[in-house]
Design a protein around this ligand. Structure first.
Ligand SMILES: [Zn+2]
Ligand SMILES: [Zn+2]
Length: 168
């Protein structure tokens, strides 16, 4: 595996922290701006048709509907990314590095019918106990299987990442 320089947050330029979780590697901004993951990781955990749509749109020229130049630079190479609208959220894509960026600000733009990923008091208490016993790796659980939409899965993923960071 090639060793790359640590990716940085497109918003605050902080080094992103790699979180490996059940075979899904994502880089998370320590300040909570969002998370980055590679196309190959996305194929592991998201639905193929979603990824194909995102990738096809990101590579269209001229820009198709729902595709525009991003305001953000790639976490890896700093080149301006392509913003792709998919399933109600915008993902920023670097087609050179095959990296996708999910901005935490997107969570606020979610449709109202997306399930709230925030944990209940009981769940949080249980999570805290597990965190104390086993550490963050276990609690940053990937819940793709439970989430019907791309949005829901990414939101759940980010929610868990933030929770794990805050608990450490
Ligand atoms: Zn940041
Ligand atoms: Zn790049």
């Amino acid at each position: 595996m090639t060793v790359l320089p640590p990716p940085t947050c497109p918003t605050c330029q902080a080094e992103l922290a790699l979180q490996a979780d059940h075979g899904f590697d994502a880089w998370v901004c320590p300040a909570g701006h969002g998370l980055a993951f590679t196309l190959s990781e996305a194929y592991e955990r998201l639905r193929d048709d979603e990824i194909r749509t995102i990738w096809r749109l990101a590579n269209t020229s001229p820009r198709a509907d729902g595709v525009r130049t991003s305001t953000r630079g790639c976490p890896m190479c700093s080149a301006t990314m392509v913003a792709v609208l998919c399933d109600g959220i915008t993902l920023d894509v670097c087609t050179t590095d095959e990296v996708l960026w999910f901005d935490a600000g997107e969570i606020e733009q979610l449709p109202a019918d997306v399930p709230d990923p925030v944990l209940s008091t009981e769940e949080q208490a249980a999570l805290d106990t597990v965190t104390e016993q086993f550490g963050d790796a276990l609690t940053a659980g990937w819940t793709a299987e439970e989430q019907p939409t791309l949005t829901g899965r990414l939101t759940a993923r980010f929610s868990r990442s933030s929770t794990a960071s805050a608990a450490s």
